[in-house]
Design a protein around this ligand. Sequence first.
Ligand code: SF4
Ligand code: SF4
Length: 708
Amino acid sequence: MRKIWDFHGGIHPPENKHQSLTQPIRRAGIPAELVLPLNQHIGAPAEPIVEIGQKVLKGECVARPAGFISVPVHAPTSGTVTAVEERQVAHPSGLATECIVITSDLEDRWVEHAGIPDWTSADKATLLACIRDAGIAGMGGAGFPTAVKLGVNPRGGSIDTLVLNGTECEPYITADHVLMRERAEEVVAGTRILQKLVEPKETLLGVEDNKPDAIEALRRACEGTDMDVVVFPTKYPSGGEKQLIEILTGRQVPSGGLPADIGVVCQNMGTAVAVYRAVVHGEPLISRITTVTGEAVAQPGNFDVLLGTPMSFLLELSGFSADRLQRLVMGGPMMGFTIPDAAVPVVKTTNCILAPTEKELPPPPPAQPCIRCGLCAEACPASLLPQQLYWFSRGKEYEKLEAHNLFDCIECGACSYACPSNIPLVQYYRASKAEVTQLKRDQAKSEHSKTRFEARQERLQREAEEKEAQRRARKEAAEARARQAAEAGSAEQDPIQAAIERAQAKKAAAQEGEETPQRPAVAQLDPAQLAIERAKAARAVSADQSPAEKARANLERLQERLAKSEAKLTASREQGAEATIIDALEAAIEKLRPKLEVAQQEVDALGDEAQPKPAPAAEEKDAAQLAIERAQAARAATADQSPGEKAQANLERLRQRLAKSEAKLAASREEGADDSIIDALEAAIEKLRPKLEAAQREVEELKAGQEA
Ligand code: SF4
Ligand code: SF4
């Protein structure tokens, strides 16, 4: 004898099942019109793939799944699609939803279909695809897509136990009971397919002890298999998935968790039969067993009914008396909900249509204040604190509701049933769940909007930065082109370039000695080269001179150089030349003075012969003089310019000079130039930068002034 466990709480309401158990399952037949809601399951509603006026055959797919958690919908009989529109359906919200309406042709012609005869050799993917394509969703009431439940273990653990739920603990409902009683072979055949998919170590068929005929039928069908029919005492709500798992295995599904977390998969008996018919016979889910009961019907019983059949059609078959009806309920008295209109269709989760009389199911008496008796907590199978949940629900304290595991509530109604104050506790929980879910949806939506807004802002900023970078690059390229053009077209050679070239020429001359391979025309030589040429010529001239003559010539040369340098310095200062030029000239003069003193001492030592003659007037203009004249010419050229034009010209000039200096510095470094040259260039560049900035500011200020 297998050990069984018990769960916390539970109640024993009147079962009222016997009324619908006296008759075998009856075929309801084909109504004139079938209404197929597209959301008969949990997940995304299916998408219609038929058009109005289209002929369809029995079993033909009329709506395809619209996502991973979704299932297709099939035509329950042959006929014509006469509408795809919103219709009232059986749902607690009472809202209309999109439906495909089929007018039957009463011929009930099947679409071509075939199962997988050798399904034992088929792989899991093929079987799951077959189950999914058949549109099977949990038939115990939840409606979760069966293929998803069988194919995905979200936590990745292994499944060791397959549970078949034959509890059907809700009063009045006997649909699974008669199914097990009359179609136990199909239940077991379907369970074998489920076993192949789940590969459990044990398979348990759980049934309450109030169904002895069903237990016997199941046990017979299970003979020779590894399935175990487990019978346990009747108590409401043993049929809750978590409660049944605890009864059969002693394991508790953690709060907020799934049965798979503790290695269990649970399926309804009706679902097992649907799996069997899909895999073995290729039949999609187009019908189910539905109980029609209550004292407002004369012949309660169970019907094998086509999905989409109006409930009124079944009520009529059952001898319904509308004048005796208190209210129409889909499901049982504990977990069912009121149906606004008997025209609503039977769907995949319709296990019962309850038509009670006033006497049978009187309206609940008015609620009284809570007396804190704690009976609700004693009855709760989920070990919750219903009284606290009630207060939090009334106060709309959503965080506290979640902290007290509101979403573990299975809405069984045991607390309401037990409450002596007749407080409709479960209604508060349902409303609070809906509000919390909506709140979270709104928050997610708001987060999504915020994320999209931030992403947009980032994108706009990025685009602006890219545009600015492109604009800068274009501007710099234009400036570079302008500089190159200016350099190419300018005969002007700035002092730094001249100094570098002179130094390079000097070095080259020192290396080459007297030999100059090909002397260029004097007119083409630069000032440094001219100086070298002059020095060579002087040396050639002095070759035949006496020491005194040579000393005198040297002194005169130095005097001349000093005089010229001093003149240049004076002129440069007057013209406001660059500090680098001034510095260079001052440094040159400082170097000349000691040389001059040495030359003077030498001449003095050699006597009168060596004394210098009066210096001849220089007819040639040297490089410095040329530079001065060019500067003067440039100044004259800008005399007629406006302040803005002058500032712009100055800015351009400074830019060109900075670019040139930087190019020269780079070239000098590459060529391994003297440190003094590198230092001078670096110092010149450092001095140019603030001037350039000042010139830029001046241009901008002048522009702003003009615009103002
Ligand atoms: S059973 Fe009713 S009266 Fe008693 S504590 Fe719970 S809510 Fe209050
Ligand atoms: S309806 Fe919720 S709170 Fe009330 S007994 Fe059932 S599980 Fe517990």
